[in-house]
Design a protein around this ligand. Structure first.
Ligand code: ZN
Length: 181
């Protein structure tokens, strides 16, 4: 029996390395005339192939690019369907968080506008992660947020506890949503 599974990011996966090797080997044999390639390909297959190549190329660029690394942390796979807030001002805050361009101290510090990145609580750099998940100044607001988020999202990957992953808050994926309808 053959079991097909979806794998995000192929590097270092043994099966994928073998498949890549086999594909290269087949291509080499076709070039050398040892193997005869199919002369025609259907439009449907050509479209699939083109999409696959484009997606792979996009993923490789996204993985290797030096810019947008904060966004990459939260949305590592290209083609991920992210759920955006319908309220405009909330959506703008989301975009700013994803673009690493907030008014929290670590962003203006990084761009040279501010002289310190340290949070009001006095211990840590005021990053999005610190502000939303850890800063003791916002404990009561966080409890409220936790309650709301927990009723909306489920953690599909780990322990069943959603609040340990920042992306559930700022870039929820459509497959994270619990369908309550
Ligand atoms: Zn703090």
């Amino acid at each position: 029996m053959v079991k097909l599974v979806k794998i995000f990011g192929h590097a270092g996966i043994t099966g994928n390395v073998i498949a890549d090797h086999e594909a290269k080997e087949a291509a080499r044999k076709i070039v050398n005339g040892q193997l005869k390639a199919q002369a025609t390909i259907s439009i449907e297959d050509a479209r699939k192939l083109a999409t696959e190549i484009a997606m792979r190329s996009w993923q490789r660029q996204w993985d290797e690019h030096s810019k947008g690394r904060k966004t990459h942390e939260m949305i590592p796979n290209v083609g991920t369907k992210v759920v955006w807030p319908t309220k405009r001002d909330t959506a703008i805050s989301y975009y700013r968080i994803l673009l690493h361009d907030t008014l929290l101290k670590s962003d203006p510090f990084r761009t040279g506008i501010s002289t310190s990145s340290i949070c009001e609580c006095g211990y840590h750099s005021e990053t999005v992660e610190h502000f939303i998940l850890h800063c003791p100044e916002y404990n009561s607001e966080r409890l409220q947020l936790t309650d709301t988020v927990e009723s909306l999202w489920q953690n599909v990957k780990d322990s069943g506890y959603a609040f340990d992953k920042l992306h559930f808050i700022v870039a929820p994926r459509s497959d994270d949503i619990v369908d309550t309808t």
